[in-house]
Design a protein around this ligand. Sequence first.
Ligand SMILES: NC(=O)c1ccc[n+]([C@@H]2O[C@H](COP(=O)([O-])OP(=O)(O)OC[C@H]3O[C@@H](n4cnc5c(N)ncnc54)[C@H](O)[C@@H]3O)[C@@H](O)[C@H]2O)c1
Length: 413
Amino acid sequence: MDVFDMKQRSILVGTVLVASALTIFGILMLRQPTLNSPGLSTSGNREHNSNSSLPTLSRQEQHESGVTHVLVTGGAGYIGSHAALRLLNDSHRVTILDNLSRGNIGAVKVLEKLFPKPGRLQFIYADLGDPRAVNKIFAENAFDAVIHFAAVAYVGESTLDPLRYYHNITSNTLVVLEAMASHGVKRLIYSSTCATYGEPKKMPITEDTPQLPINPYGKAKKMAEDIIRDFSKNSDMAVVILRYFNVIGSDPEGRLGEAPRPELREHGRISGACFDAASGITTGLKVRGTDYNTPDGTCIRDYIDVNDLIDAHVKALANAESRQVKTYNVGTGRGKSVKEFVEACKIATGADIKVKYLDRRPGDYAEVYSDPSKIRQELNWTAQYTDLQESLKIAWRWRKSHTNGYGPPTDEH
Ligand SMILES: NC(=O)c1ccc[n+]([C@@H]2O[C@H](COP(=O)([O-])OP(=O)(O)OC[C@H]3O[C@@H](n4cnc5c(N)ncnc54)[C@H](O)[C@@H]3O)[C@@H](O)[C@H]2O)c1
């Protein structure tokens, strides 16, 4: 062997050694828990083998046969927390991803208390607007399905701050979808809304009613739906898009409830506004718009109990099929006017709620109610729990015993 050969050989050996070292380093980096990422934290159940210098795969990082590991985005929020509770009750494994911009860590704590066993529930504080963080979370967790609830979700606010809605809803859905595609997660349940239909001329609304949204919230959700549908044309993902109508109620056992931030009150939903009036936080209820083309002049909506809505998600998860995008309305098929709602709320709370009638709110539409026959026929789903007065009674019970939401109690009556 001459000097030239020896030189070449030592270069080769050196290259192999460096390459091996880099590969081992890469593997170690990939295995680092999310906890180490800046701006990210997790709680729950990472398990490490203390006898080995390499961390073992935690339960979240491995698929487990017969158990669906569901990523619940927005799981600290109203609907997402109820969904997480149900999935955990059904023996699924749940990872909640939430930036707590609107949700409550208190709701996550309730769930953690109910399901303390390692490997069942994991909370990850992260923002879906950060693709690197999201990608890392998908790399570190073996998700079987995603239920994408996380969103800003107030029609009025969307008319004032539309870009926030397009970012948070449309662009973040793209981030979720890309992460799912890169990491081979093949089941998606997407939270959409009847606001994507706008103000259709014909009632009830079927899934074939043209989608002509009239506010940025509805438009952002419709765009997200379009992105999902376009992507699915060349993918084997199983997708179910659920278009919810107006969600009310809470867990009948009083473990969870709806607790939006006080600063969101002015954009808030009608049940929260009724409860605020009933508990004396506000002097009365403001009803916006009495000159709509409806029997009593106030808006008509299709109210659906959150427990029925979650049932629809569980059925969607079980019936999602590869290479298909199924779309369903989730409502009762019956509309109730704002005046009827207020009367039901008065009975449910036992309070004489004062009502002030104001001009219409921009971006609102007169009458919206669903035709839920497709979901009944295909998923065998019907609304079982929804009863305006009863649903409000249950939600009021939680609200009365949680005067400060998930925070420490206040003197509110
Ligand atoms: N509540 C309704 O009546 C209704 C009706 C139709 C559709 N929806 C849809 O249902 C879903 C859930 O609504 P909700 O009423 O539970 O709202 P919510 O505000 O209670 O919950 C939304 C959750 O998403 C989180 N979130 C928002 N942006 C995020 C981000 N960038 N990264 C991570 N987390 C983020 C919030 O912190 C919050 O916990 C939304 O997609 C909404 O559009 C709700």
